[in-house]
Design a protein around this ligand. Sequence first.
Ligand SMILES: Cc1cc2nc3c(=O)[nH]c(=O)nc-3n(C[C@H](O)[C@H](O)[C@H](O)COP(=O)(O)O)c2cc1C
Length: 354
Amino acid sequence: MSSIMGNKIKISVFGQSHSKGIGVVIDGLPSGKKIDMEKVMAFMERRAPGRNAYSTKRREPDTPEILSGLVDGVTCGAPLAMVIYNQNQRSNDYNNIMDTPRPSHADYSGYMRYNGFNDVAGGGHFSGRLTAPLCFAGAVCMQILEEMGVNVYTHILSIKNIKDDRFNPIKIENFEIGKKDFPVINDAKGNEMKAEIEKARLNLDSVGGVVECAITGVKAGFGDPMFDGVENQLAKNIFGIPAVKGIEFGNGFNATTLYGSENNDDFCIMDGEIKTVTNNSGGINGGITNGMPILFDVAFKPTASIYKKQNSVSISEKTEKELQIKGRHDPCIVPRAVPVVEAVAAITILDILI
Ligand SMILES: Cc1cc2nc3c(=O)[nH]c(=O)nc-3n(C[C@H](O)[C@H](O)[C@H](O)COP(=O)(O)O)c2cc1C
């Protein structure tokens, strides 16, 4: 199966970058939930391209059309289906990559998987554009989570080697971070990051980075051990976001450099509840939530489509060939990927809690 995720809340994402439309079917939503479409649109706007200097100039109106599942704006229990009709396509930009795949994009692997029938225009089904329906689904799930006292926060933790401050792992206080045009905690670092992205763009190149995510309000005791843990489910779904190359929970790889006495999260009583003094575990032990904020970092590689000349091949002629790509691409995916991480986290955690 591809492009379907979830157990009790099942999300099926469909479409290609340049097909007639892209969309999502969300099955399993509880009935009787009022969905505020203005909030959904405001959330989707955070992912949309063409909003600022460091994003691609490609404009996508991204107006979702609800086909089913809502009656007078309230979930009715039937699958919630949404389509966005594609506009602003320039498929000719992709003529040359049909036979000459872009290094580190999915053109070649997709060609081999689908015997050359894969749609390469705009990246086809592998396009970052498919994260628009994901954001729609995430925005819907987020509203249900908020009623349950659960919130998801994300920010840009780093771009290339420039690092933002981290969330306080014990108590998240950056409630307004999602409203920022460039979501960082430390704006001075944010300006350095923007300059780094601009430098890459001027060099016809690209840069990657890390997104930090925190989920608050989840009580202890959710999740299952071994193969269906909260880490497992988050990791599986987060890797569905194009360009994700890594995920670390809590102290992650850094824990390997510490003594147990430094890394262990000592228990304490806080406001009458069992909590931990530190949160190196990222809120999860044995695949099960421990009542602390769930914390994870997501690594995004630099955008594969760069305007520098690159070495590729002609698939049909089996010869080496230089590639000069066209089309409109972000010199850095990370700012637009921030709400996508938030959306996938919301979908996954609602699926676990419901
Ligand atoms: C929001 C978003 C926008 C993206 N935009 C682009 C883009 O403009 N150009 C590009 O080459 N890749 C872009 N990507 C990433 C590619 O879709 C991805 O690298 C490609 O499908 C190969 O998959 P992989 O990197 O996960 O292996 C974007 C990803 C996201 C999340």
